[in-house]
Design a protein around this ligand. Structure first.
Ligand SMILES: *[C@@H]1O[C@H](CO)[C@@H](O)[C@H](O)[C@H]1NC(C)=O
Length: 396
């Protein structure tokens, strides 16, 4: 039992999971849904009022191909478009922006604003014009692209008018961003990664005047007029948009992130089937004190301490590398389970809900796969903890 708790704790400490307090992931949202929003009918996750005179599909489109594929927690991403018609309220700027529709405390305490952003080879943004991206009204934290400053072809992180960090913007490379905002301390920091990599602390903290009324964060883009503006559209893609409190989730895979909606008293384990085959594992979790292998990607999200044993705990493992044996971080355990079982890898998203001290908890292991090939005894997509334990015993 001690061994199981040790292993369970190892898994708990190998994940990051805060609480999503506003969820702007585009799972089921359509462009038409966004258009249903108005100040008198504040439906959905976003306020949609800063846009041009065209149809919503001229400016906002959602699709599964518009998201960072590393994020299985978002079904779709959004393509935000500006063109010469995208003028709002008589202004000369081109703007298409979505604003969180929520009464949650996204403007208090310490919170993380998550999103991924990229551009494509189509409708490439004009680097001669300044773009303000994912900004607050008072511009205490935002991204910028283009214009008169240094490195106009780079994506910059700005704090209250000053660039603090920048990176080259390459077509179709996802940049994963979290703004760490401490509204109490008055400071901001930047977390960043590319592709499927876990977020790392990249810049800050910078002391600044952090302020927001909770409805002034603009997901989208505002382009200032330049001296020689061409016509034509520009596209910016966003996905994995949410605001988190508590501990930062560094994994780009937001699946399983909604800790606050966990039902106490349930005990279910959910495995998102992988895109690659279920394969027999070559790595065994062995009796006694041999090391339990955790893949590099799992180890890469070690951030948060162990939640209390009575808390609803969500284990979120990111996508392990599709080929085997990326075993780098051994975690000592004495768990008396030996398995050479087929375990779905690649995308192994596991939720373990209330762990009480009297309940035996077998933490599933995302085992690197040695070869492709069908497992003989695959688990269904959803199963209870008891079913998992039976399955584990059955395949030994
Ligand atoms: C989006 O999907 C994820 C994963 O299925 C889920 O946890 C989350 O609650 C969904 N969010 C919305 C806004 O539908």
């Amino acid at each position: 039992m001690v061994g199981k708790i040790t292993l369970f704790n190892a898994f708990m400490s190998a994940v990051s999971a805060g609480t999503i307090i506003w969820d702007g992931r585009f799972n089921e949202t359509s462009s038409a849904d966004l258009e249903k929003w108005s100040f008198s009918n504040p439906v959905g996750s976003y306020q949609y009022y800063i846009h041009g005179t065209g149809a919503v599909t001229d400016y906002v489109n959602v699709d599964s191909t518009y998201k960072n594929p590393a994020d299985t927690g978002s079904k779709q991403g959004v393509k935000i478009t500006i063109d010469e018609t995208a003028k709002w309220n008589g202004q000369s700027m081109l703007r298409t922006e979505l604003i969180p529709q929520t009464s949650a405390a996204i403007n208090k305490g310490k919170v993380f604003y998550h999103f991924s952003i990229k551009t494509s080879t189509d409708n490439v943004p004009l680097s001669t014009n300044e773009h303000q991206i994912a900004f607050f009204e008072s511009h205490f934290t935002e991204l910028k692209y283009g214009g008169q400053g240094d490195n106009p072809t780079h994506l910059h992180w700005y704090v209250s008018g000053a660039s603090k960090w920048d990176v080259e913007l390459v077509a179709d490379e996802w940049h994963n961003i979290a703004y760490e905002i401490d509204f109490d301390a008055g400071s901001v920091s930047l977390w960043h990664s590319t592709g499927s990599d876990a977020l790392t602390s990249t810049a800050g903290p910078v002391t600044t005047s952090t302020s927001s009324n909770g409805a002034d964060w603009h997901l989208g883009v505002l382009r200032l007029p330049g001296s020689n503006d061409g016509t034509g559209a520009e596209d910016w893609y966003f996905s994995g948009v949410y605001v988190e409190s508590g501990d930062l989730t560094t994994s780009v895979n937001s699946a399983g992130g909604s800790v606050d909606t966990a039902e106490p008293g349930t005990s279910s384990v959910v495995v998102a089937p992988s895109s690659t085959a279920v394969a027999p594992s070559s790595t065994a979790v062995t009796p006694s004190s041999t090391a339990v292998a955790i893949s590099t990607t799992a180890a890469a999200v070690v951030e948060t301490p162990v939640p209390s044993s009575t808390a609803a705990a969500v284990v979120e493992t990111p996508v392990p590398s599709s080929t085997a044996a990326a075993v780098e971080t051994p975690v000592t355990s004495a768990i008396p389970i030996a398995t050479s079982a087929p375990i779905a890898s690649s995308t192994f998203v596991t939720s373990i809900k209330p762990a009480t001290s009297s309940t035996p908890v077998a933490a599933p292991v995302a085992t690197p796969t040695a070869s492709a090939g069908a497992g003989s005894n695959a688990l269904p997509g959803t199963f209870t903890l008891n079913e998992f334990i039976s399955w584990l015993q059955g395949v030994n």
